[in-house]
Design a protein around this ligand. Structure first.
Ligand code: SAH
Ligand code: SF4
Ligand code: F3S
Length: 487
């Protein structure tokens, strides 16, 4: 398993815990792949690890608490393992910097999102020379945009197929950073200025992934539809980029997250309509249904603008599923404003919504100039109310699908199957997959169907899941196009 060219074949056991968004999941995958090349072996047992890394998130206070508590627990194990190296990487490392060492004095390494390539060297330094090692990017106010951008380096080393969470699904980074500066959000600080990767590099990465058996790629960016890059005198927007690799042999499905409402161009919607591999699914967070709140959030659109965008989505791609994010209890949110968000959920009947209680973040404009005046109790109630409404809508919309048939890209055994020993016994396992509209489907089938497309009839549902059965055909073809598998 180890790379024979690794200069140090025995670097001990590595434990990594990851919180936050898909960007962090991808960063962890890439960092672990790089460390394996340096002779580290991944373990899921933190107590026996020689190196412990936390890939952190700062988007809400809760995510930070989780990591500081985990760090607190390590204080004692560290006494037993004085050689252990503890590193904090990612968004909280960039945001808190030296504060991490103050809050958790046993931490050896703090590495921002723009310095991930330095991690192997920093671990080596920490072993050779105990003490604090830190590598972070410039703060946005400390230099020109260009200089700050240069200090945030996109980390895109060669992919290691063994480190992918799934053999046939992969994330592909197309941008880093964000320039929208929504007043509540730390991401422009923790991920730096918006920078799009070169189309040539992205296309090459997708080709490599497809050659390794990847069927589904999810393009990642904080505002993925703001992608813009000029190469050889030609400007590429997201639709152009997708067209440049859409026909890659072996690739079957393409998704992209997260979209920014104001940048939802017609060219992109037409691509979703016309290119057969694109999922009919868009995640476009609304955040609020009240113009006053949207203005305070500095989202750059009104409810009417969002409605116009939804009309364009449905006019161009009639069966497109849309999901959203909402923040409840933002500074100054009245009961009336909250009801307007509830109305928006009712009007657009999102496939699903992620609903968050506002969490004031140091360094953001809202924290500096607005009052976090909605009591915690009210935030909680609004959160529950909106979640109940969304759940009801999701369940109703799923129920309408009972009796219909869908092509489902099979992802593998479901969580239930993985947990229960039964899954290992009979020839049939509960499998999970997604429709082209990104709806989750579970059904019984042979686990060798993983990575292939199966025709499924929907028999039942919950708010989050369609429950179905394989439409019997004589044969289902194996994903590699090899021997047919009797389903
Ligand atoms: N780039 C994405 C999402 C970034 S963070 C976008 O622009 O849509 C993911 C979600 O976390 C956001 O959509 C927002 O709903 C939520 N969020 C961000 N900052 C928050 C805060 N301070 N408190 C509560 N929720 C927040
Ligand atoms: Fe944060 Fe707004 Fe940028 Fe999304 S668009 S990452 S919410 S600042
Ligand atoms: Fe969190 Fe950073 Fe992602 S703050 S949501 S891990 S970009």
């Amino acid at each position: 398993m180890q790379d024979p060219s690794a200069h140090d074949a025995h670097n001990g056991k590595l434990f990594i815990q990851t919180v936050g968004c898909q960007m962090n999941e991808l960063d962890s995958e890439l960092v672990v792949a790089a460390l394996r090349k340096h002779g580290f072996q991944l373990t899921d047992d933190i107590t026996s690890a020689d190196t412990v890394l936390f890939n952190t998130c700062s988007v809400r206070e809760h995510a930070e608490h989780k990591i500081y508590s985990a760090l607190g627990r390590l204080k004692y194990s560290r006494r037993r393992r004085p050689q252990q190296v503890i590193g904090v990487m990612g968004c909280m490392a960039q945001k808190d910097q030296k504060l991490v060492f103050q809050k958790a004095p046993h931490v050896d390494i703090v590495v921002g999102t723009g310095q991930l390539s330095e991690i192997p060297g920093l671990i080596e330094d920490a072993r050779a020379n105990r003490g604090r090692h830190m590598a972070v990017s410039l703060a946005r106010r400390d230099a020109t945009r260009q200089t700050v951008a240069a200090s945030f380096e996109s980390y895109d080393p060669l992919r290691d197929p063994e480190m992918r969470p799934s053999a046939f699904q992969a994330y592909v980074r197309i941008m880093i950073g964000c320039d929208k500066f929504c007043t509540y959000c730390v991401v422009p600080m923790t991920r730096g200025p918006e920078q799009s990767r070169a189309p040539r590099d992205i296309v090459q990465e997708v080709h490599q992934l497809a050659a390794e058996g990847v069927k589904e790629v999810t393009l990642l960016g904080q505002t993925v539809n703001s992608y813009r890059h000029t190469e050889d005198g030609r400007e590429y927007r997201l639709a152009d980029l997708i067209a440049a690799f859409h026909d890659t042999p072996g690739l079957e499905r393409i998704k992209f997250v997260t979209n920014y409402p104001r940048d939802m161009g017609d060219d992109l919607l037409q691509a979703v309509r016309d290119l057969p591999k694109l999922a009919h699914y868009l995640h476009v967070p609304a955040q609020s249904g009240c113009d006053e709140m949207l203005k305070r959030m500095k989202r750059g659109y009104t409810v009417a603008d969002y409605r116009e965008m939804m009309q364009r989505i449905h006019a161009t791609v009639p069966d497109c599923a849309v999901s959203s994010d909402f923040i409840v209890g933002f500074c100054g949110e009245t009961e009336e404003a909250h009801q307007k968000s509830m109305d928006l959920v009712r009007e657009f009947r999102f496939k699903n919504s992620f609903i968050f209680k506002y969490s004031a973040r140091t360094g953001t404009k809202a924290d500096a100039i607005m009052l976090d005046d909605v009591p915690e109790e009210t935030k909680r109630r609004r959160n529950v109310e909106m979640l109940e409404l969304q759940t009801e809508i999701s369940e109703e919309d799923n129920a309408e699908r009972i009796g219909r048939e869908y092509d489902v890209l099979v992802e593998g055994p479901s969580k239930t199957a993985l947990k229960s020993a039964d899954g290992e016994q009979g020839p049939l396992t509960q499998l999970t997959g997604r429709t082209r509209c990104d709806r989750i489907v579970v059904f019984d089938g042979n686990r060798r169907l993983t990575g292939s497309t199966a025709r499924i009839r929907i028999d039942d549902c919950t708010a989050t899941t369609l429950i179905g059965s394989i439409v019997t055909r004589e044969f289902q073809h194996a994903p590699d196009g090899g021997l047919p598998i009797l389903s």
